[in-house]
Design a protein around this ligand. Structure first.
Ligand code: GLC
Ligand code: GLC
Length: 654
């Protein structure tokens, strides 16, 4: 018995009572003695913590012990069903527990239908991913969805079947195997805050089944919703005001944080916790390496609060984490919390989500491009980049969602910026309204009451490429390309898993045709989710071609090269980072180190040349001679380093 159990008598007694039931369960399976022993060892270790989490969440329920037993049996069943090759991988991962913090990791994300039409064809795209250097592939939700609008797959009607237009679960399994063989990890969404309104549970709720009505937040009139509403924000205010939707069939109000057809699950009910646990472990056993936990901030509601980032939301995820360690030990969680930076980090720990999107860095890179100043990104990075051991950021520039300016107002105030005004400026800038702006973005979810707005647009369109091509101005085209290279140069080196939204690698522009599809017209995020243009890629190898072809080729080759370089620089792994104190306010400069390896990264965020003092670089750890590995140029610290407009350099001692 572990020491932890000895000091936790309630946990110990409960486990003692559950063991014979578990024993009876094993007898009905073909699990080997070794498999049972492995599970048991993990159970002994995890139990005190898991028990504490569950009793805090559900201990006051009359049927707590029933749920506890069911939850444990669900985990045992999932472990029995776990395919041998995944069990093998689990064993590996235990020894290489930091594999996901390596410089070798580079991610890509895509919608299967838009990229390759279906899963079968996606398997044929693996050489493309390998050529680019990807080792992590996030497929946007590909499960069965409601007909019509489905929020890009985020309104799931069945977690165990693939959208028939894309293929079958078997295709997904085969893809997972092929990816694994190619050294690429598979990342899928776990959309657990809500189901579609046509999910079986929602349908049973609609037919007035009391057990399933308790899976959702359903109210007969506005009394309770109005009370909640006083402290809630609106996530999709242009879809519907407030957070509740009237359901004609039931003649009741349903909690719908996002679209009206996405019904929030009621995690106060342990039956919901277990039902979603089973869906999660099913996904794990299909061969997923990393689960992206969608919309984590919203999973627990409490009257009188914002119903975001509540303590119990963390407990739910931690309990899932413990159960995953039990039933699918190699699985990792990635948190999607696009909230205040102080709240983002609360989801990140080895016992909660080992990986997290880094929305603050993303927003501040765009902020720096707009202002040509790096004071805010420096201020924020100085105290927000470090994370607990055994965890890591995912650094991205664009994803399938909008950009929200989620920086901290206090960080802004410290460098003389008013947060509210600055957000207005950034919205004006990125919708192209600010005089002189290079960006072609469009508003997303403009709330006319609060003035709040987020931004849609592809990376290349936001970085000025669309405008430059429209104006057919070679100088502007060059600047836009340099901006894109600068941004990649930072996300690929700053520490964390870089994640490309595919299409970004060749400078995909906004697609204004999304409005022609009625299921997409109401959501401007479709502007940056165009269909893959394979004919563009066929051009990449050609030496001759139109101007636009050359731009695509230049972008593609440079990001591919930086990816390969990244993988050869051990200093890029992990998160160790030191900012270089700079006099020049347009430059962002930091030192990365790991073991004996050191890399200095400097990026010029302005369209004017800038200088960094050689002496500063020398004291930051460069010897007398050093090389920028990107341009393969050698310099001396005896003179100042000149940076071209938007140039990014990766400096190593020679
Ligand atoms: C997440 C997804 C977003 C979706 C929302 C509701 O934030 O990234 O695309 O609209 O959750 O599922
Ligand atoms: C979705 C929305 C995003 C919002 C977020 C909240 O990702 O697209 O705009 O801020 O949910 O988690």
């Amino acid at each position: 018995m572990s020491n932890l159990l000895k000091t936790n008598p309630e946990a110990e007694i409960s486990l003692r009572r559950l063991r014979p039931r578990l024993e009876r369960f094993w007898q009905t399976t073909e699990a080997s003695l070794e498999e049972i022993r492995d599970f048991d060892e993990r159970l002994t270790e995890i139990w005190p913590r898991l028990f504490r989490l569950l009793i805090d969440l559900y201990g006051d329920r009359y049927d707590f012990f029933y749920h506890l037993e069911e939850i444990l049996l669900s985990a045992a069943r999932a472990w029995c069903d776990r395919p041998q090759d995944l069990k093998e991988l689990d064993r590996h991962r235990v020894y290489e527990e930091n594999w996901f913090r390596s410089e070798k990791l580079v991610g890509g994300a895509l919608y299967v239908d838009l990229f390759s039409e279906n899963l079968g064809r996606l398997r044929e795209c693996i050489p493309y991913f390998k050529d680019l250097g990807l080792t992590y592939l996030h497929l946007m939700p590909l499960f069965a969805v409601r007909p019509g609008d489905n929020d890009g797959g985020y309104a799931i009607s069945n977690y165990r079947s693939v959208d028939p237009r894309l293929g079958t679960i078997e295709d997904l399994r085969l893809l997972g195997q092929d990816l694994r063989e190619a050294g690429i990890s598979l990342v899928l969404d776990f959309v657990f805050n809500h189901t579609s309104d046509d999910h079986e549970w929602a349908k049973l709720a609609q037919s007035n089944d009391p057990e399933y009505r308790d899976f959702y937040y359903i109210f007969p009139d506005r009394t309770i919703p109005d009370q909640y509403e006083r402290t809630l924000r609106e996530i999709f205010p242009t879809v519907r005001r407030g957070n509740f939707t009237w359901h004609d069939g039931m003649e009741q109000w349903v909690w719908t944080t996002f679209n009206s057809y996405q019904w929030d699950l009621k995690y106060r009910n342990p039956a919901v916790f277990r039902a979603m646990l089973e869906e999660m472990l099913f996904l794990a056993n299909v061969g997923v390496d990393i689960l992206r936990l969608d919309a984590v901030a919203f999973i627990w509601k409490q009257m009188g609060t914002s119903c975001e980032n509540l303590e119990q939301a963390h407990s739910i995820i931690q309990a899932y984490n413990a159960l995953a360690k039990l039933a699918a030990p190699g699985l990792l969680f990635k948190s999607e919390a696009i909230v205040h930076p102080d709240d983002v980090v609360r989801y990140i720990s080895p016992d909660e989500c080992q990986i997290s999107y880094n929305p603050t860095l993303m927003a501040l890179l765009w902020e720096s491009l707009a202002t040509r100043e790096t004071k805010l990104i420096r201020q924020s990075t100085s105290h927000r980049h470090q994370l607990p051991n055994e965890t890591i950021w995912v650094n991205y520039l664009r994803c399938h969602d909008d950009i929200g300016w989620t920086f901290d107002d206090q960080d802004a105030a410290l460098v003389g910026i008013n947060g509210y005004d600055h957000r207005q400026f950034l919205n004006n800038f990125y919708t192209g309204q600010f005089p002189g702006s290079f960006a072609h973005g469009v508003p997303f979810q403009h709330n006319h009451e609060t003035g709040d707005m987020r931004i849609s647009g592809t990376m290349a369109s936001l970085a000025g490429l669309e405008q430059a091509i429209q104006l057919n101005d070679d100088h502007l085209k060059d600047l836009a390309i340099r901006r894109i290279q600068l941004l990649h140069g930072i996300t690929l080196s700053i520490g964390g898993i870089p994640l490309l939204y595919l299409g970004e690698e060749w400078g995909m522009l906004n697609d204004y045709d999304f409005v022609k599809d009625p299921a997409k017209a109401g959501d401007t995020r479709w502007i940056h989710r165009p269909k893959m243009r394979w004919e563009f890629l066929e051009d990449l190898g050609d030496q001759l071609g139109s101007d636009e072809r050359m731009i695509r080729r230049r972008l593609f080759n440079s990001v591919k090269r930086m990816i390969a370089l990244r993988k050869s620089i051990p200093a890029i792994s992990g998160l160790d980072l030191e900012l270089v104190p700079l006099i020049n306010s347009h430059v962002f400069c930091f030192v990365r180190s790991q073991g004996g390896d050191r890399l200095i990264v400097a990026g010029n965020f302005s369209e004017e040349p800038q200088e960094i003092s050689g002496n500063l670089l020398r004291t930051a750890g460069l010897g007398r001679f050093f090389e920028d590995v990107i341009s393969e140029t050698t310099f001396q610290t005896s003179s100042n380093l000149k940076l071209d407009p938007y140039q990014v350099v990766w400096l190593k001692r020679v």
